[in-house]
Design a protein around this ligand. Structure first.
Ligand code: SAH
Length: 250
């Protein structure tokens, strides 16, 4: 299960924090680190010293340009946020997230991406809306923002507790073979692009007056945990809709 969990850091600006994240991850048995457009050097004296012996994670960390690249294969993406946002999204505590992980990680193809934001400004709304759910570490409401590596530590600890729980309980009957494969993040993003194009074609959606329509639809489809086969049906519906609109226009 721990091998299927990835930590994604977006736009990190302090090498010391990246080092401390590597240490927190290695302490808890996580190894998959991806850095999206870091705003600092990754391997520095400070990051190596803060990694305290977990610097192999700094060397194996994949550096990518966009969140999409970091989570393309993810079947569940969860954004860690210190603040609540304008459009409410499914919210989890780290413990509730841990409780879902053994189920979420059962299939061989399962990948869980835990996404953390910038030290100064966190995650943008667009980034948060690319996640199925948000995790918030309950804090003093007047002082809610943890240091980045401290936030990773708390969430990674709950992942480990959940994994330890799973080690103790007997393997369940519902194994990977019987679980339907979920659509990946990349497949969902392609669907959202197709959906938006179609809704514009049929004059349901005006990009100049968006009224959060796409964000609301994202929330709906992400909540549904769409399976690969269902994704095929939904794409088919859009293609047929586009064709019907084109035939009518002729
Ligand atoms: N000043 C930023 C917070 C940056 S802290 C803001 O107001 O959004 C850096 C990152 O650590 C955040 O983007 C988030 O991913 C994580 N983090 C910090 N505090 C958190 C909390 N209470 N719950 C969940 N994640 C938190």
């Amino acid at each position: 299960m721990l091998e299927r969990i990835r930590i994604v850091l977006i736009g990190t600006s302090h090498p010391g924090n990246i080092g401390a994240v590597a240490r927190a991850m290695h302490n808890m048995g996580l190894a998959d680190l991806r850095l999206v457009a870091p705003r600092c050097e990754v391997i520095t004296q400070e990051s190596i010293s803060r990694a305290s012996g977990a610097d192999h994670l700094l060397h194996s960390a994949q550096v990518v340009e966009t969140l999409e690249e970091a989570v393309a294969d993810a079947t569940l993406a969860v954004g860690a946020s210190a603040r609540s946002r304008t459009l409410p999204w499914p919210m989890l505590t780290p413990r509730e997230l841990g409780g879902r992980l053994s189920d979420e990680c059962r299939a061989d193809s399962a990948r869980v991406a835990l996404v953390f934001g910038r030290e100064d400004s966190g995650l943008t709304n667009a980034e948060l809306q690319r996640c199925h759910a948000h995790v918030h570490i309950p804090t003093n409401a007047d002082f809610s923002s943890l240091n980045l590596a401290a936030a990773v530590q708390v969430v990674a600890y709950e992942c480990r507790l959940a994994w330890l729980d799973g080690q103790q309980s007997a393997p369940s009957e519902s194994d990977a073979d019987t679980e339907a494969e979920l659509a990946t993040h990349e497949e969902l993003e392609r669907y959202f692009e197709h959906l938006e194009r179609t809704l514009i074609t049929i004059d349901f959606h005006d990009p100049d007056k968006p009224r959060q329509l796409m964000a609301r639809l994202r929330r709906l489809y992400l909540r549904a945990r769409v399976e690969k086969m269902e994704m095929g049906i939904l794409r088919g519906v859009l293609t047929a809709t586009e064709k019907a609109a084109a035939d009518k226009a002729r």
